[in-house]
Design a protein around this ligand. Sequence first.
Ligand SMILES: [Ca+2]
Ligand SMILES: [Ca+2]
Length: 416
Amino acid sequence: MQLSKRRLARTLVAVGLAVAAFAGCDEVTTRTPNQPPDTFITSSSPRDSTRVVHHVEVLWSGGDLDGTIDHWEYFLLAHPRAATQIEQLQIVPPAANDPGWKRVEQARVLFAALADTLRADPRGDIGRGEFDRWSSFFVRAVDNEGGVDPTPDYRTFFAYTLAPRLDLVKPAVTGAVASVPRTFVMNWNGVDSIGGSFGTQSPKEVRWVLLPATLDGGGQPIGFPAALYDLPESAWSAWIGWAAMDSLGRQSVFRDLVPPGAFTHNVFALQARDDAGAITPKFDAATPNSNNYATLRIDGTLSVGPRFAVRAREIPATSWFFDGIGAPGFVAASTSDTLTLSWDTPGTQHYGANPGESRYGWNITDQNDDQMWTEWSFVRSATPRQHAASQRFYLQNRDSIGQVTTAVIEFTFTVP
Ligand SMILES: [Ca+2]
Ligand SMILES: [Ca+2]
């Protein structure tokens, strides 16, 4: 391949010289035609016809006999997924005017080639789990007169990688059923192996699915994970960028999934895709750090929102617990004319959210009036309060998905 290219280049040079010689005979009427530049890949990696990690850097050089090289253009051609041997490929350079040629100023480029095909049934043993795909990289010089190398140089290589690995965390429970209230947040971690000694990176994007399930006597969802391997594309969410600004590449929020008092069983499953197009191939509920599906009991009898306890330093051995949104208020008798109140960091772990800020106030008549509250803050205590009569303490704790639990305690004052 390289030889035939060089032979052609030499022929072109010879023709060019002949034209130049001819043009020299008649300087008045003929201008020497531009000679196209030539291009040669110089890097040793990827060697032609080899299997390489899909993060590929190619370096090249070139020359132009009658001018200078202005810039370069490259083209990455992915071969059909079914091809496993180089003999099966049709390595045809793209058309000179193909819009897929990409301009580059430097004589090198680093790119992620496709490696999106697993050669094993993901339901069985997938060995090392490598995904691969054949590609050809073409590069051509463009000279100062716009002349394009008609014989791009190229390399053909078999790129491989491993698919991202996912790890469902709170509120999922590895290998067991997690009970969650009807509004909850699924959270996960993930890591993508680039391949070889290249280390790891973040997955590029994720998608999820939440399916109804029936549990068997052992608490296992019937027909899973088989059902997950057979899902049509349309059952999945859209692909979501891992680093999406709203964190939705790392969590998904579900609100009011069942009516209050009702419950359902569901399976939540997750896949990630990397920059090679490789998608998490297996579904696993039980292996730590690789558990990408989980069984949920979405229970409408469980309270929704942050939960926390409030304490008064002057009334030891007593606390008032607020189990989420709508928790009833308390009446508490105090013999101290000072109240120093504090509260726990709100509990949100059980439904997958994170605790947020608190605010409080006394004798609030309009909860919608922000002026009656302190600023939202992460301080979990109130300034000591003097009192000589009944007073109402109002406290709000919010979570990372905007749910707010309001606590009300009426303190009556009795002289000891
Ligand atoms: Ca030229
Ligand atoms: Ca990868």
